[in-house]
Write a protein that binds this ligand. Structure first.
Ligand SMILES: [Zn+2]
Length: 328
């Protein structure tokens, strides 16, 4: 495997790659290949060959359904999934969501019954021994994988370097108060020294939005996101947020009356303040900026597990990143 192929592989994970790029590589190495339908499958298949996963990696065990069951509801004992998660939570991940709902069974018509992801082959094999399928399993296999590694994210870029559909890491400053729209999606503006862009945390990200709603202008953050484009406007679809620095927040508070201690009120725009009780007014009566306590803390924040992409690195994997030792 030549180094170019590894570069190609990473390029497929981190950007849009056209079929002609894959064909060029196949022709260069004089590789035989078969295309199905529109033939775009060769883009990813070739990337998998070059994806030697020298940096971080995980394992996934997949069980397959009997062909006669394809397309029907998957029959797996749900309680056994929760029990497996309890027993193996230190070496497997994303088996169930925050409410205990199993996440290991896919929803589409594909032939996979369930898949378990974990740190090593034994972990996912042990998981299979605990999960009780209620239909026949045709076969199983374990793959070494880039899932749960954040492999799609590279070095930070500037807002004016964003490219549609290429995952992006951007360091910037929050530039608006987050706004929740109908449907529960939350948006805020992010700026850096090259521009301003909208960031979105969609409804399925769950409690992640509670963190996003606490952001205030001036907070320093690093966003990890997909990049979509609509009418020439980019949106960063957040998959992870690192809060680097929480800015102080101030509130304007009206002073008490120096004569009687009563509360004061505004007499209208630019008209100053007046005591509500005794009517006192004076130039010293001006609103004071008072710092509000921020409960938001710096750190790494992720969407709820059900909204993770396959490549999203879950909390429990931080500090467990592997490096493949190819020395013999
Ligand atoms: Zn007064």
């Amino acid at each position: 495997m030549c180094i170019r192929d590894r570069e190609y592989s990473l390029r497929v994970v981190r950007s849009l790659v056209e079929k002609k790029d894959a064909l060029a590589l196949l022709n260069k190495h004089d590789v035989d290949f078969i295309e199905y339908k529109n033939g775009r499958g060769i883009i990813g298949a070739l990337a998998a060959i070059g994806g030697t996963l020298d940096d971080d990696f995980t394992y996934e065990l997949l069980t397959y359904r009997m062909p006669e069951n394809w397309g029907t509801e998957r029959q797996v004992d749900q309680e056994s999934i929760r029990e497996m998660d309890n027993a193996l939570s230190d070496c497997t991940y994303n088996n169930v969501d925050e409410n205990g709902k199993p996440l290991i069974t896919p929803r589409g018509p594909d032939p996979v019954l369930y898949g378990v992801r974990g740190e090593n082959p034994k972990a996912v094999y042990d998981a299979m021994c605990m999960v009780k399928p209620l239909e026949e399993v045709e076969r199983w296999m374990i793959c070494r994988s880039n899932q749960g590694t954040d492999q799609h994210f590279s070095e930070p870029i500037k807002i004016n370097e964003l490219t549609p559909y290429n995952p992006a890491v951007v360091e910037g400053t929050v530039d608006s108060i987050p706004e929740t729209i109908e449907g529960g999606h939350v948006f805020f503006k992010l700026k850096d020294d090259t521009g301003v862009v909208t960031c979105a945390a969609y409804e399925p990200t769950g409690s992640f939005r509670d963190i996003i709603r606490q952001l205030r202008s001036g907070d320093k953050v690093t966003t990890y996101s997909g990049v979509s484009i609509h009418e020439d406007e980019y949106t960063l679809n957040l998959e992870k947020l690192v809060i680097n620095e929480v800015a102080p927040e101030y509130q304007l508070v009206k002073p008490k009356c120096p004569k009687c201690g009563g509360s004061t009120e505004s007499m209208g725009r630019g008209q100053g303040l007046r005591c509500k009780k005794c009517g006192y007014r004076g130039d010293e009566l001006i609103e004071q900026e008072v710092e509000i306590e921020r409960t938001l803390e710096s750190g790494i924040y992720l969407p709820d597990r059900g909204a993770h992409r396959h490549l999203t690195k879950p909390y429990e994997r931080y500090g467990r990143e592997k490096v493949l030792n190819l020395e013999v």
